[in-house]
Design a protein around this ligand. Sequence first.
Ligand code: GDP
Length: 196
Amino acid sequence: PLYQQASYLISAPNVNHCPEDSGFEVAFAGRSNAGKSSALNVITSQRGLAKTSKTPGRTQLINFFRCDDERKLVDLPGYGYAKVNVNTKRAWEQSLSEYIETRHALKGLILLVDSRMPPTEIDLTMLDWTLSLELPVHVLLTKSDKLKKGPAQNSLLKFKQLLKEQYPHATVQLFSSLKRQGLEQVWSKLDEWMEY
Ligand code: GDP
C-alpha cells in the first residue's frame, strides 16, 4: 500500500510551522506509551519512521510523514506524561487543539488506546472534542496480543458500546503491532479517509 512509501517530512512546534494545509491528512493521537510509534512503524512497514524514544522534548512536536504529493500521516504529541509541568501541558493542549480545529487537510483521527485499560480522561476529551468538530475517529485498541481472545473481545465490545451510546462519529478495532493484527483494517480506514 501507499503507506509503505511514507517518508519523514518535517516536525512543527505549532500550527504556524506546519506544511501547506492541502490534500489529505490522517493524524495519530494517544496517551504516551499507548503504542502510537509502534503502530505508525508497522502501518508504514518502516521500523524507524516514528521514534519510539520517550524524550518529552521531541514528542512535543507535530511530525509529518509524506505518503504522496497529496497525502500525509501526522504523528501528534503523546499526552499524559506523569511528570510534565502545567506549562508544558498547556502548550501541548494549545498546539494540539489548534491543529485539530483549524487544519482543513485533516480527514480523520486515529486514536490509540491500550486494550488492557479503560479509556483515560484525555481519551474521552479527544472523543468529545472530535464529536463537536464532526471529525471522524478510528480507535485502535493496542497491544491486543497481551490479552487472551475472550478478554480482548470483551474490551472491544465494551468500547463499541461506549461509541454507540456517546460517540457515533467513531469506530474501533483491536490492534497489535507485535503480531501485525488488524493491519488490513487500519489500511482500509486510511484509504477511505485519504480517498485513495
Ligand atoms: P508511544 O509512546 O505511544 O509511541 O508507544 P510505543 O510505540 O513507544 O510503545 C510503548 C511500549 O509498548 C513499548 O515498550 C513497546 O514495545 C510496547 N508495545 C507497543 N505496541 C505493542 C504491541 O502491539 N504489543 C506489545 N506486546 N507491546 C507493544
